[in-house]
Structures are given as C-alpha cells and as structure tokens.
Design a protein around this ligand. Sequence first.
Ligand code: FES
Length: 146
Amino acid sequence: MEYSEKVMDHFMNPRNVGEMENPSGVGTVGNAKCGDIMKVYLDIENGIIKDAKFKTFGCGAAVATSSMATELVKGKSVQEALEVTNKAVMEALDGLPPVKVHCSCLAEEALHAALWDYAQKNGIVIEGLKEPVDDIEHLHDLPEEV
Ligand code: FES
C-alpha cells in the first residue's frame, strides 16, 4: 500500500494529539467494522475555532487524517469548519489508498460530532450540520494508552 509523504509525515509526527480541559465541544465516534475510535476536542471563541485536539484508538491513516483535519479547522468559523470534509482532508494529504478512505470519514465524523456538541451546548444551529449518528460518547472510557 502506497502512502503519500504527507500522510507519512502526519502519521509519524501527528499534530494536535492530546486532550483538552473544558472543551467548547467534544465528539467521539467509532467505526463498527474496524473497531477504531476517534475523539475530537474543540476550543471555540466567538464562533471561531481557536484550538483543536484529538485522541484516537485507530490506525495510521486515522492518525494522519485527524492530525490534518484538526490543523485545517483551526482559525475557521464553525460554519467554515463544515467544509473540512473527509475529501478536503484527503486532498490536503495528497490522497489515501481506497481501503483507507473510511479512516478519513471517521475524522470528519468526530469533528462534526464535536461541532454538534458545541451547537447543542450553546443553543445554536450550524447550517448543514447533522446530528452524529454514531456518537459513542457514552462509552467515554477510551483505553488508557490512547
Ligand atoms: Fe479503522 Fe483506519 S482502519 S480508522
């Protein structure tokens, strides 16, 4: 399987790994097939994403895509952040092998779940944002090592 240099860079050297205290929004999603879990934290001030962090119990492509996704949303408004789709993330990474496309979807879903959480907490509507289908926040105990 061929990975681009950018994917390798974000996998070996992921940006924004970690947790956040008192995030404005947090979303956790999982992929039932591969069993991978992704959690995204957002710090939002006046509708602008100041900071983003992620934790994943997932594969290398999941690490690389969430690293890139969190980089791309920083400085964007919550509305603009919706444009950071899995396609946009894949493009920014110069592509992913077809069997790894779902990993970028997991990154997008976690980001959307975090935005949804923020919108719910603040009673706002982010146009075009749908309620996350597989938010697994109730399983919030991620394995220790992630
Ligand atoms: Fe599941 Fe990559 S194999 S997220």
